[in-house]
Design a protein around this ligand. Structure first.
Ligand SMILES: *Cc1c(COP(=O)(O)O)cnc(C)c1O
Length: 379
């Protein structure tokens, strides 16, 4: 992508690079073909639905965390809709059951409350329970579903064997940006705890967090683990990655609005870490900036900050070959997953528009945001 193209985009703007998305999808298609697993898109991480035409041929459907994501999956993706929610609400059960293929409950108590009703609405619905294998090597506690006191999934101690005749499958989600050796360790723990029930199941869902499309990920190991598991228990295996689908498939383009000096040079951008890339603060992680190095690596170092009044709205310190000028574009890499699904209009700041660069290099603006999007959320 040439720099002039960035100048022609609205700012700020998310730009999906379709070619890179397809490269990820081809890796996923390879895993599916070699392992026999089914793969769903986790809408929690990536839900840019105007790209679903590109995704659909490669994937088996979506996994949703509640009614809205399930509706989006049914309306815009088609194929299989798998819904799991930490807790369903009584008023949403009918609508969720009607459009879902799999419905996964978090606890035996939720199962007892709602499974019968859900089956009455949709007799083809396949029912499952999320279990907690109580093991995870997740790198960050906030992203560890199997950490101490986790509310996500049923521990073996709380498992209710009376449910077994009514369960088609079990679900676990224990990984976060991890390689297949981490999955192997989770599977050992899952098997040790729940293995005795697995031959009664039709499917097992291995959740998300598989960093399948990251360079260096051990695909062969993943494929072997799935094949071995499928043979051992004669079950269908599902994976539901979010991040791995959108991994390194696009950028957030922003503009330098001003440069201030307070002991260091600070560039104020027309975007926000807090509002548009919150994981940079929550996780925290440092987004790569195209053409920039770490602080001090190149001659001109700047702190990049957002255009909100939050003091901590900072992307980090970056160095450049040339001094930054007002009007320069700053291109943050890898901004397709866990960004637009989390973005807010905090402090009245404009949401980034959404554009796509098609395979043939043409740019299409898919969505623009304005004042009404800010106003309409507030009453
Ligand atoms: C978040 C989540 C996913 C997707 O996780 P990624 O890290 O984006 O792959 C899948 N399943 C469940 C239950 C989740 O909570």
């Amino acid at each position: 992508m040439k720099n002039e193209t960035y100048n022609s985009l609205p700012s700020p703007c998310w730009l999906l690079e379709e070619k890179k998305l397809i490269e990820n999808l081809e890796t996923i298609a390879y895993v599916k073909a070699q392992s026999g697993a089914k793969v769903l898109l986790a809408l929690k991480g990536y839900a840019l639905w105007k790209s679903f035409d590109t995704l659909r041929p490669y994937l088996d459907g979506c996994c949703a965390s509640g009614l809205y994501e399930a509706r989006l999956a049914a309306e815009e993706f088609g194929k299989e809709v798998h819904t799991y929610s930490p807790a369903y609400k009584v008023e949403e059960i009918e609508a969720i059951a009607a459009i879902s293929h799999h419905m996964v409950f978090n606890t035996p108590s939720q199962f007892h409350c709602f499974a019968k009703k859900a089956k009455e609405i949709n007799s083809n619905l396949s029912l499952g329970l999320r279990v907690n294998p109580e093991y995870s090597a997740s790198p960050k506690e906030i992203y560890n579903p199997c950490g101490l006191y986790s509310r996500l999934g049923t521990t073996l101690e709380n498992f209710d064997e009376n449910l077994l005749p009514r369960l088609d499958g079990l679900h676990f989600h224990a990984l976060c940006e991890q390689d297949s050796d981490a999955l192997e360790a989770v599977l050992e723990n899952f098997d040790a705890k729940f293995g005795r029930y697995l031959s009664q199941m039709k499917w097992i869902n291995f959740g998300g967090g598989h960093h399948i499309t990251k360079k260096g990920y051990d695909l062969d190991k993943l494929i072997t683990l799935i094949k071995t598991f499928k043979t051992k228990y004669n079950v269908e295996v599902y994976l539901e990655p979010g991040e791995a689908i959108g991994w390194e498939t696009g950028v957030l383009v922003a503009t330098v609005l001003d440069i201030v000096h307070n002991c260091i040079d600070i560039a104020i951008l027309d975007t926000s870490a807090e509002a548009h890339m919150p994981d940079t603060i929550i996780m925290p992680y440092r987004a790569e900036v195209r053409g920039a190095g770490k602080a001090g690596e190149k001659p001109y170092t700047y702190r990049l900050g957002g255009n909100t009044c939050l003091a901590g709205d900072i992307m980090g310190d970056y160095s450049f070959d040339r001094p930054l000028q007002i009007g320069d574009k700053i291109v943050f890499e890898d901004q397709m997953h866990y960004t637009m699904v989390k973005a807010t209009t905090f402090n009245g700041i404009k949401l980034p528009d959404i554009a796509v660069e098609r395979r043939d290099g043409t740019i299409e603006i898919l969505k623009t945001f304005g004042y009404e999007d800010f106003k309409n959320r507030l009453s």
